[in-house]
Design a protein around this ligand. Structure first.
Ligand code: APR
Length: 284
């Protein structure tokens, strides 16, 4: 597709009133060195030492083998800690600055890189949680606590020590702490995962930019379909065709951009900045 096609879409569909939602998946962090889930080196493909990977991300496994689950999440937290935001993340920070209170970021990523890049916590809905946060596994309170720093950077397969187990104990009730992530045998909710807020944002969205997701989970599909059904425009950025590519093509002026996000998003932001600057010049 010639670049002018998407630039024309942006020129036609971005105004000073446009409400923009960006929805991201693991692909945006791939260029920061964090494995995706379903790619050849993905977390769900390679797995843990002894279990099928999708078994690890369940309450059922946490009840049976909490130390193994923690070992795996502490390894993932270490990988995320060592990674840095890339050009794609930075471009999304610039989008928030441009669209301000007409901007929402819905991310499936638990790596915290959008917040580290500079997106605001208020407008960033981490719909699958964040590996750097923990909460009481027994639910004695809903409070989120930071993952103790002493637990980051440990060897991938080292068994948990007594001291580490103590750090992973709820100070309120003495039960275990658990990673603040949405597991496969759990459902979305508003309080922890901004379920209703995401649907509300979708209903109000004029332009949805989907970045680096295979579309395998429920809420992102609901968001994309809500935007589509309300007549919004969808741009899907992904090196690989996925369930959102066709939806994007069928939306008014929508585009499937078959490129890595770190390459395309800076171009997109550049184009939007140019349009906004032109309009400001015309209407001082
Ligand atoms: N730029 C953009 N997209 C990319 C890039 C890149 N540089 N590299 C890979 N991708 C795309 C892949 O083509 C794929 O479509 O990122 C997508 C990653 O897909 P998944 O591994 O399935 O990750 P994701 O869609 O985020 O998974 C959703 O599934 O199990 C749950 O909780 C997990 O949040 C995760 C959710």
């Amino acid at each position: 597709m010639p670049p002018s096609d998407w630039a024309a879409t942006i020129r036609r569909h971005v105004t000073s009133q446009t409400r923009l939602t960006v929805m991201t998946g693991a692909g945006i962090s791939a260029e920061s060195g964090i494995p995706t889930f379903r790619g050849p080196e993905g977390y769900w493909t390679v797995g843990s030492r002894s279990y099928h990977p999708q078994e690890m991300a369940t309450v059922a496994m946490f009840r049976r083998r909490p130390d193994d689950v923690w070992q795996w999440y502490l390894h993932r937290a270490t990988v995320c800690h060592q990674a840095a935001p890339n050009a794609g993340h930075t471009a999304i920070v610039a989008l928030e600055a441009l669209f301000d209170n007409r901007f929402t970021l819905i991310t499936q990523n638990v790596d915290g890189l959008h917040l580290r890049a500079g997106n605001s916590a208020r407008r960033t809905y981490q719909i699958h949680g964040n590996v750097f946060q923990v909460r009481c596994a027994a639910g004695c309170t809903d409070d989120l606590r930071p993952l103790p720093e002493a637990l980051i950077g440990r060897a991938k397969t080292a068994p948990l020590t007594a001291v580490e187990r103590e750090l992973l104990t709820c100070p309120n009730c003495g039960d275990r702490l658990r990673p603040h992530v949405l597991w496969f045998d759990e459902t979305y909710n508003e309080h922890h995962f901004r379920f209703q807020s995401s649907l509300d944002a979708a209903t109000a969205t004029d332009l949805l930019v989907i970045v680096g997701t295979s579309g395998a989970t429920n809420l992102p599909n609901q968001v994309a379909w809500a935007v589509f059904q309300n007549g919004g425009t969808i741009i899907d950025i992904n090196p690989t065709p996925n369930p959102f590519s066709e939806l994007a093509r069928q939306s008014p002026g929508g585009q499937f951009i078959q490129q890595p996000s770190g390459r395309f998003l800076p171009e997109l932001i550049h184009e939007i900045q140019k349009i906004m600057a032109d309009r400001t010049r015309r209407c001082p």
